[in-house]
Design a protein around this ligand. Structure first.
Ligand code: BEZ
Ligand code: FE
Length: 298
């Protein structure tokens, strides 16, 4: 470092600190790391200046982040939840999954995905005792031109009527309403599962408290998750929401977008789409997906 730069670095005051910190980050970091880190550092300092952040507010923020860290392990991902609550997950997903008009919208993966769930045959009942009204779910996986994509791999996972996924609950070891399917040659899929229910993000956690401080509730509208993969196409990670859910406009995780809201149709006890007869009322959901060709992101 030459003498002049050394002197500048000895003058870290309110109006030089942003430039000096930026210089220090970019001095030895790779180009991308410098790009990715100088912007947040700069925005953080500008934000602190803009709102004239106080010392006690910084302490409070650090305390909150400590609590987020304490709540992170393999089963509880509080930092992901914080990113979801602040809309960061949705923004990053959206800007990295831009695709041609007509393709299905992508969303965040959420907190409860499990790698490689058990493979079921099309038409199977995957509820496995999950508590909720039965639901017959079907649809198609297509290309943009409407042609079928056969052999797509489809993972699904909804929350039950208590607002619980089968993970992370110690009491239930078997997967409930969670499965993988391979779509048929005519692009279609169908299975029997449960009606998805709304659920609250973990109570009495830092995420819940932050939402409370914003005057918001901590509920997510009812949805079923889909992860669809097919050779030659961009993977699709998405939700399908219930159009009768009052939490749609105020999702704690800011994920809902209109094309993913569907009509889950309720029927009284009686004949079902798979030819069986249901002793209880049940629902049907029909939802088609359109995958983007690989590397078609715009
Ligand atoms: C989920 O749907 O699994 C989820 C997404 C964002 C925050 C919390 C849960
Ligand atoms: Fe979910």
């Amino acid at each position: 470092m030459d003498q002049c730069a050394a002197i500048e670095c000895l003058d870290v005051v309110e109006f030089t600190v942003i430039d000096i910190v930026n210089q220090r980050i970019s001095a030895k970091a790779s180009e991308r790391l410098a790009e990715v880190m100088t912007s947040p550092a700069c925005n953080l300092l500008n934000f602190a200046r803009e709102v004239k952040l106080t010392k006690s507010e910084v302490t409070c923020g650090i305390q909150s982040l400590k609590q987020v860290g304490w709540r992170c392990d393999d089963r509880c991902q509080e930092f992901i939840l914080r990113s979801d609550i602040l809309g960061l997950s949705t923004l990053v997903t959206a800007q990295n999954t831009r695709k041609p008009d007509g393709c299905s919208e992508s969303t965040v993966l959420g907190l409860f995905h499990v790698e490689s769930p058990a493979l079921y045959a099309l038409g199977d009942d995957i509820a496995n005792g999950a508590l909720a009204e039965p639901c017959h779910i079907s649809g198609a996986v297509r290309r943009l031109d409407g042609e079928p994509i056969s052999g797509a791999r489809i993972d699904v996972w909804p929350a039950d009527e208590e607002g619980l996924y089968d993970v992370p609950h110690d009491s239930k070891s078997d997967a409930l309403a969670r499965a993988t399917f391979i779509a048929g040659p005519n692009e279609d899929y169908c299975f029997r599962s449960i009606v998805a229910s709304p659920y609250s993000i973990p109570h009495q956690g830092p995420g819940d408290r932050l939402l409370g401080a914003f005057g918001r509730h901590s509920w997510r509208p009812a949805h079923i998750h889909f992860l669809i993969e097919a050779v030659g196409y961009e993977p699709l990670i998405t939700h399908v929401f219930r159009d009768d859910d009052s939490y749609l406009p105020s999702d704690a995780a800011s994920v809902v977008c209109r094309p993913l809201i569907a009509n889950w149709v309720r029927y009284p006890a009686g004949p079902t789409p798979d030819g069986s007869v249901s002793a209880t009322s049940f629902c049907t959901l029909n939802f088609d997906f359109v995958l983007a060709p690989a590397a078609a992101q715009v």
